[in-house]
Design a protein around this ligand. Structure first.
Ligand code: PEP
Ligand code: MN
Length: 339
């Protein structure tokens, strides 16, 4: 960190900055320029966060040199991490397909979609029981009954399950049932929820918030890692832009930046990014080609009657065809598929 003093800052102002740094256990180095004097701070930057530098007399601004996240950064951990979801490794060695219904609606619906996901090459099942809906009048999920259905789907197919939670009160119970907990886009900066899942021993998938910068996304992941849980998978799911033709704008470059900055696996959810069935396949293939570590795709056997996100759900036959195309693109890049 560097503290830049105002033109005309007095010696007393500079000394006050230095003494605050020393009191926090750091070292301060003063460099006097013709216009500005700067104070370089050496030591654990976390110790300096509590010092209100910009409110001290004579201080102009503060420049952060290190990244605002550490544990999830490649600086600390250069090699890519693989996160195990049940028996499925998610990481850079193999490409992972996660598929299933947006929401669990009934035992029959969930089982059909689970089998379709598995047949298409998925090695993790998605299915939600607590749905964070924009409208309070929309289907909110089956709750506990849905968890029982997902457990049955796992028993029947062997696929590990990933489930979204929307509240701190659900963490402990869902962590017992699920193989991976998901934090959705709307809760990606719910810091109390992030801290709570950071205390569990289950992997966490963290979606990018609707309007989050990549830095903010990685800082959200840092909340989880800081509490002791480094089993984190990042998921790019589109961000809010001015373009209404798609539900969101899929930021594939953002996926690649996250992979570059962080050692965590990064996957892509094309379904929630585009919101339209015919665009899901092309964006999933683009994600594979761009080097994502996996994709997560909505499947429904009867999308017209789906209680949630029907327009973006692939039919089982479409999912099967896409599974083959994904494997072909991965093979062309020398990337093995998860099996
Ligand atoms: C979902 O995956 O079902 C979902 C609600 O996604 P998001 O949080 O990205 O909107
Ligand atoms: Mn959905």
């Amino acid at each position: 960190m560097v503290v830049v003093m105002k033109q005309g800052a007095t010696e007393a102002d500079i000394e006050q900055v230095c003494s605050k740094v020393r009191n926090a256990g750091g070292e301060a180095f003063v460099s006097r320029g013709t216009v500005h004097t700067v104070v370089g701070l050496v030591g654990d930057t976390a110790r300096f966060q509590a010092i209100p530098f910009t409110q001290l007399p004579g201080v102009d601004h503060v420049i952060q040199i290190g990244k605002p996240y550490k544990m999830v950064s490649r600086d600390l951990h250069p090699a890519a991490t693989t996160v195990k979801v049940g028996p499925t490794p998610v990481g850079r060695d193999t490409f992972t397909i996660i598929a299933g219904p947006c929401a669990v609606e009934s035992e029959e619906q969930a089982m059909i979609c689970t089998k379709a996901a598995k047949a298409a090459g998925a090695t993790i099942l998605r299915g939600d029981v607590y749905k964070p809906r924009t409208s309070p009048y929309s289907f909110q999920g089956l709750g506990e009954r849905g968890l029982e259905i997902l457990t049955e789907c796992r028993r029947e197919t062997g696929l590990p399950i990933i489930i979204e939670i929307v509240d701190v009160s659900q963490v402990a119970h869902v962590a017992e049932v699920a193989d991976c907990i998901r934090i959705g886009t709307r809760n990606a900066q719910n810091f109390e929820l992030l801290k709570e899942v950071g205390l569990t021993a289950k992997p966490v998938m963290l979606k990018r918030g609707l309007a989050m910068t990549i830095d903010e996304w990685l800082q959200a992941a840092e909340y989880i890692a800081q509490r002791g849980n480094s089993e984190i998978i990042l998921c790019e799911r589109g961000i809010r832009t001015f373009e209404p033709a798609t539900r969101n704008t899929l930021d594939l470059a953002g996926m690649a930046v996250a992979q570059h900055e962080s050692h965590l696996p990064v996957i892509v959810d094309p379904s929630h990014a585009v919101g339209k069935r015919h665009l899901v396949g092309p964006m999933a293939l683009a994600a594979v080609a761009a080097g994502a570590d996996g994709v997560m795709i909505d499947v429904h056997h009867d999308p017209e009657t789906a209680l949630c996100d029907g327009p973006q759900a692939l039919l089982p036959s479409e999912m099967a065809a896409l599974g083959k195309q994904i494997a072909a693109v991965a093979a062309a890049l020398g990337r093995e598929m998860n099996v």
